[in-house]
Ligand binder design. Structure first.
Ligand code: ZN
Ligand code: FE
Length: 254
C-alpha cells in the first residue's frame, strides 16, 4: 500500500513523497527543489531511498543532487535521451518495472513534451505520476517531440484502468479549465468539474488527484474523438492526431 503526500514547490509545481507502508521505503517524485522537499522529509520520514524523475526539465530535477547526497538516495529515471537527469543511477525503458517495496511501478515511455519523458504507473495502487504529459484538464506543451508522439503518449495513458488516480507535475487546472470550457461548451460534467476546481483553487487546495475516468470525460485533450469537439474546430473529417494538434496549437495561443 502506497502513502502519497503532495508537496507544493516553486510557483505551481508538485513533488510527491511516497512511502511504501509495508517496507517503509521512501521516495520522492520530481523534486523541484531541495529545501521544501527536505523539510518535509525531516518532519515525517527522516530518510529517502529513491528519487523518481519523469523528465529532465529543471523544475522536476532541481532537488536531485542535494537530496541524493544528503540521503544517499538512488535516482530512477528515463533511459531515453541520456545524461540529462542529474545523478541518474537506475535507467528505465518503456514497460520496465520499478519495484518499490510492495508497490510495483510500471514505467511507460511518453515522448512529446520531452523525448525522455516517462510516467510511473502503479498497478497495485492504480496511481499514475504523469509529470508534464497529462495535466488535470490539460496536457504538456510539445517541446521536443512531435504532435504525433504526444498524441500516441496520451493514447497510451488513456488505456490505463479508468479508476487510476492521476498525480501530475503542475497545478494548472484553473487555467486549463478555461480553455476546455471554451472548446467543449455543452459538457455538463466539465461544468460541474469547473465549479469544484474553482472552490478548491479559492481554498488554495490541490485540484488533484483526479481519476482517469473524470479526465476522459472532461479534459479536451483526451477528447479528440468527440464529434462535437471536432465540429467546433471545423475538423469534422480529420484524424484524431490532427484534432489533437489543432487543440494543442490553440492552447499555446490561448
Ligand atoms: Zn517539463
Ligand atoms: Fe514542468
Amino acid at each position: 500500500m502506497l502513502e502519497i503526500k503532495i508537496i507544493k514547490c516553486l510557483e505551481d509545481n508538485y513533488s510527491y513523497l511516497l512511502k511504501d507502508k509495508k517496507t517503509n521505503l521512501v521516495a520522492v517524485v520530481d523534486p523541484s527543489e531541495f529545501k521544501t522537499v527536505d523539510e518535509e522529509i525531516n518532519k515525517n520520514y527522516k530518510k529517502l531511498d529513491f528519487i523518481l524523475n519523469t523528465h529532465h526539465h529543471f523544475d522536476h530535477v532541481g532537488g536531485n543532487l542535494q537530496l541524493k547526497t544528503k540521503y544517499n538516495a538512488k535516482v530512477v529515471c528515463s533511459a531515453y535521451d541520456q545524461n540529462k537527469v542529474p545523478g541518474a543511477d537506475i535507467k528505465k525503458r518503456d514497460n520496465d518495472y520499478f519495484i518499490f517495496g510492495e508497490t510495483k511501478f510500471k514505467v511507460i515511455h511518453v515522448p512529446g513534451h520531452t523525448l525522455d519523458h516517462i510516467v510511473f504507473f502503479s498497478e497495485t495502487d492504480k496511481v499514475l505520476f504523469s509529470g508534464d504529459t497529462l495535466f488535470s484538464l490539460g496536457c504538456g506543451r510539445v517541446f521536443e517531440g512531435s504532435y504525433e508522439q504526444m498524441f500516441n503518449s496520451l493514447e497510451k495513458i488513456k488505456e490505463l484502468p479508468k479508476s487510476t488516480k492521476i498525480y501530475c507535475g503542475h497545478e494548472y487546472t484553473k487555467n486549463n479549465a478555461k480553455f476546455c470550457t471554451k472548446i467543449d461548451k455543452d459538457n455538463l460534467k466539465l461544468k460541474k468539474r469547473v465549479k469544484d476546481v474553482t472552490n478548491k483553487t479559492n481554498l488554495e487546495e490541490p485540484t488533484i488527484p483526479i481519476t482517469l475516468k473524470e479526465e476522459i470525460e472532461t479534459n479536451t485533450f483526451l477528447r479528440y474523438d468527440i464529434n462535437k469537439i471536432k465540429k467546433t474546430l471545423e475538423l469534422d473529417n480529420a484524424s484524431k492526431v490532427e484534432v489533437f494538434k489543432k487543440l494543442r496549437i490553440l492552447k499555446d495561443q490561448f
